[in-house]
Design a protein around this ligand. Structure first.
Ligand code: HEM
Length: 427
């Protein structure tokens, strides 16, 4: 047994990080209505897909009154306000596609959006915390938290595929809750030298990561790749590292200079950031910088949790020092499951981006008269880039390969042979 670390007087717990026991990073019971004063926002926000379709969203937004954000008091009111202002902003910017973007977000949207964002510590753009974590409602409040019983509060163009995309991602967040709840057990166990407790908690974490992968498989059931690629993606994308908005966006009434923000991406989910810090996955410089930047798009309390996990005594060193077979196996399994999740995610990205992108290029090159095909409407600027702005495949494969480095040395040989085939299949 390792010695008790005297520097840690209180045990590590999730209480101060806005993590729900039942729902993890998901916002419990998001509000569905704002105070009546804000009805002009909600009236437009719930109609964003229709108003974009009829090219009327921008004119509706010009007509909106400039409202003060001071009557928003509770956290959940601010979250719904941010979500509503976010979908309006994405619709406003991208209503006319990548060739018809704007340089200025009008003040009646920009000023309250900025204020609400400042109060939450969020960026003034649509994030994973908006579209996924705070954008759900149970149809039957007593019913289960599942695909059939969940609906979105607000949406973006893309119909059922938008619902599928956000809801499946929400269920992936839910599948991770047991893992999240076990993180304090791992940290406290390492601090106190409780080998068996750490091993058991790691087993829970690996099962939970497996459940995340299984849930991610629902994406192909609920989301149509051509709709995702040809219609939805542009509305998730931002004005940083995006050649169709090279100058960024001026938030009128906030500051005269344009600002740049990345679009919404599950790279902004706090889950894998927590697992990486816990397991000691160290990312390569460029992809690491992107992932670190994504932490600025998370609720500040969740970002703080990731930072605090990174400050704990190293789990990897503990596993090495203990030289305990059960602990070794459990650690190994965790890294294996995380690697498998990242591998499967690469397959998803291939199905939803790489393959439709190739088809869209083919249509363009052959100048085929297929303008009515959904994928041919996709923005060219996003072909090689994720909505978060990354150069997709190189980034995802680098991140995945660095996960492999977290294996302990004596195990890495077996892993290389076990997983080589798997990697080859998805590269
Ligand atoms: C149709 C489904 C999905 C597609 C097409 C997709 C696409 C992408 C892309 C292009 C990136 C690169 C970063 C960027 O620029 O945005 C990315 C990163 C990432 N995505 Fe997804 N994603 C999907 C679903 C999910 C889901 C459900 C999760 C789970 C919460 C997830 C978790 C991540 C993570 C954690 C990263 C950062 C890279 C890493 O840590 O491995 N993605 N995704």
């Amino acid at each position: 047994m390792a010695a008790v670390d005297p520097d840690f007087k209180t045990s590590f717990c999730l209480d101060s990080y806005y993590v729900s026991d039942e729902l993890g990073f998901i916002l419990p019971e998001p509000l569905v209505e704002l105070p009546p004063y804000y009805q002009p926002w909600m009236d437009v926000a719930v109609r964003v897909p229709d108003l974009v379709q009829s090219h009327e969203l921008r004119s509706h937004i010009y007509k909106m009154p400039l409202l003060s954000s001071e009557f928003l008091q509770k956290h959940r009111e601010l979250r719904l306000a941010h979500l509503a202002l976010s979908v309006m902003t994405m619709g406003y910017v991208w209503q006319e596609g990548e060739k018809g973007t704007v340089e200025i977000l009008p003040r009646n949207l920009a000023v309250p959006y900025w204020e609400v964002s400042q109060r939450l510590g969020f960026p003034p753009i649509f994030t994973h915390a908006d579209g996924v974590l705070a954008n759900w409602k149970k149809k039957d409040p007593q019913g289960p938290f599942d695909m059939e019983n969940l609906e979105l509060l607000v949406s973006l163009p893309g119909g059922d595929s938008v619902r599928g995309f956000f809801m499946v991602t929400l269920l992936v967040e839910l599948a991770a809750v047991p893992a999240l709840r076990s993180i304090p057990t791992v940290i406290n166990g390492v601090r106190c030298g409780e080998t068996e407790a750490v091993a058991r908690a790691l087993e829970v974490i690996s099962q939970s990561i497996q459940d995340m992968t299984d849930t991610l498989k629902l994406m192909q059931v609920h989301v149509e790749p051509s709709v995702f690629y040809g219609i939805m993606r542009i509305y998730l994308s931002g004005w940083k590292d995006n050649s169709s908005m090279p100058k960024g966006l001026i938030y009128e009434g906030v500051q005269a200079e344009p600002m740049e923000f990345s679009g919404g991406s599950a790279a902004q989910s706090s889950l894998l950031h927590c697992f990486d810090e816990l397991l000691g996955v160290k990312h390569e410089e460029k992809s690491g910088a992107f992932l670190t930047r994504m932490r600025n798009y998370m609720p500040p309390a969740h970002k703080k949790l990731i930072q605090d996990i990174s400050l704990q005594p190293s789990l990897r060193s503990f596993v090495q020092q203990q030289a305990n077979e059960q602990l070794n196996q459990a650690f190994h399994l965790c890294v294996t499951k995380l690697l498998a999740l990242r591998n499967y995610h690469i397959n998803v990205v291939s199905r939803f981006i790489t393959v439709p992108a190739a088809r869209a290029r083919q249509i363009r090159n052959q100048s085929q008269d297929l303008q009515c095909e959904t994928i041919s409407r996709a923005p060219i600027a996003l072909e090689e880039r994720g909505t978060g702005g990354s150069g997709i495949m190189i980034f995802l494969k680098t991140v995945r390969d660095k996960t492999k480095d977290a294996f302990l040395l004596e195990k890495s040989k077996d892993v290389n042979s076990e997983t080589a085939q798997q990697f080859n299949n998805s590269t």
